[in-house]
Design a binder for this molecule. Structure first.
Ligand code: ADP
Ligand SMILES: Cc1cn([C@H]2C[C@H](O)[C@@H](COP(=O)(O)O)O2)c(=O)[nH]c1=O
Length: 217
């Protein structure tokens, strides 16, 4: 039986790497797949992992129809055994419903990968629908860590190094771990407590270096 799988984790937890590994393993056994992505950091129609692997992919625009794409490919004699869908948090609710229909009606496996929540801690539209209807939901096993050492569960956005909780939902960007001057827009993974307190690594360091107030005599 085909299934709709949803693999989730914070930014930088290895989702795109797993997407490419999944594609590799299925393709190596002669299965025919298609790779989809949207808003990848590496540019349009590319699936990229921080481990250096990239693969060309089909760019998913908001009006893209997965069901139509697959049905028209099959009716033209093409073969599709599975779909790899990265950055699935950005897919629309309708697109996720199309993926479920493809699984149920055409017996094609779908492997979707994406972050669950945005920088404000709200569910993304695509992820919400995947949580609601996926056959299996898997949390990535390689844990991304907060600066304090705890498991990171939240994605924080920084602007010029300052954590923000308001703004556009979609802003493509990367985790800033180069230690250089802060990027205009960057992301940092944090545990819930430090996300709640808006305590990023840089702010925690600044606080720890602040001089102790002199005791009054
Ligand atoms: N130089 C490195 N050496 C080993 N592993 C690395 C290196 N850089 C990144 N990684 C691994 O790659 C993971 C990020 O992979 P990626 O697939 O791009 O994540 P995601 O798609 O979840 O954002 C990191 O969690 C880390 O485990
Ligand atoms: C939290 C958050 C993230 N994004 C963007 C930033 C990246 O381009 C992707 C996540 O990619 P990854 O492969 O999981 O690292 O999503 C965003 O647009 N809005 C957000 O709130």
């Amino acid at each position: 039986m085909a299934e709709l799988h949803f693999f989730t984790g914070t930014m930088d937890s290895g989702k795109s790497t797993l997407a490419l590994q999944t594609n590799h393993n299925h393709a190596a056994r002669g299965r025919a797949g298609r790779i989809f992505v949207t808003h990848d950091r590496a540019g349009t129609a590319t699936l990229s992992s921080r481990l250096g692997l990239t693969h060309e992919a089909i760019e998913v625009a908001p009006e893209f129809d997965f069901w139509q794409y697959v049905v028209s490919t099959l009716t033209q004699g093409g073969r599709i055994d599975y779909l790899i869908c990265d950055e699935a948090q950005f897919y629309t609710r309708d697109q996720v419903d199309q993926l479920a229909k493809i699984v149920d009606e055409l017996q094609i496996d779908v492997f979707a990968f994406g972050i669950l929540t945005d920088f404000r801690t709200a569910l993304f539209e695509g992820s919400q629908r995947l949580v609601e209807i996926a056959d299996r939901m898997n949390v990535l096993q390689v844990e991304a860590l907060c600066w304090c050492g705890k498991r990171a569960t939240h994605n924080a956005r920084t602007e010029d190094g300052i954590m923000v909780v308001e703004g556009e939902v979609i802003v493509v960007g990367d985790v800033d771990d180069r230690g250089g001057p802060p990027a205009e827009v960057a992301y940092e993974v944090l545990c819930r407590q430090h996300h709640r307190r808006r305590l990023t690594a840089a702010r925690a360091k600044a606080v720890s270096l602040a001089p102790e107030p002199l005791p009054f005599g």
